[in-house]
Write a protein of this length. Structure first.
Length: 181
């Protein structure tokens, strides 16, 4: 147990005085801690700013090549002869296109027959195949002699790439049905 004599002899409250001295000695420490906290906050904000600036710098470096902004366009005379398309690999330049010959269609019309339902055998077909040459390529088309002229047209259309065939009724004469290729 401790005995405390305070102010009896001198009349001064030494306990309060000591507590005040101890408390006042802590004021600079609290002030310093507040300043340390403030500097740490500023340091964190500066680090965040530096990080954002680095991100922006990287983005700007990625854009420094002028070709990143090249825009290509294509124009052509207002006609339906061809179309122009650009792709990612387009090469910068100016190009002239000259059409030297327009494509033409070629049509072959067979002699007429009297009925579109007659079998090919009854019309005189005896071969199992019919050779059709188009664009320098010869294709052997399977002929079903028990089929009709319309069946032959369908076979030609499906087996010869780029060729279409059909039966046309010209409406006149004894033999109005014709195979058109």
């Amino acid at each position: 147990m401790s005995i405390q004599i305070d102010g009896i002899v001198s009349g001064v409250d030494t306990t309060s005085l000591i507590k005040a001295i101890v408390a006042s000695s802590g004021i600079p420490k609290a002030s310093l801690q507040a300043r340390i906290d403030e500097y740490e906050t500023k340091s964190t904000r500066i680090s965040e700013l530096i990080s954002r600036l680095n991100t922006a710098q990287t983005a700007l470096l990625n854009l420094e090549d002028a070709t990143d902004f090249d825009v290509y366009s294509a124009t052509y005379a207002d006609n339906d002869a061809f179309t122009v398309e650009l792709s990612d690999g387009a090469v910068k330049g100016s190009y002239d296109i000259e059409v030297s010959q327009l494509a033409t269609n070629e049509m072959w019309v067979a002699n007429g027959v009297s009925s579109k339902t007659d079998t090919l055998a009854s019309l005189g077909f005896t071969a199992d195949t019919l050779d059709v040459t188009y664009n320098g390529v010869t294709t052997s088309v399977t002929v079903n002699t028990s089929g009709t002229l319309a069946d032959l047209a369908a076979s030609i259309t499906s087996e010869v790439e780029g060729v279409s065939a059909y039966v046309m009724n010209v409406g006149t004469g004894a033999n109005p049905y014709r195979l058109v290729i």
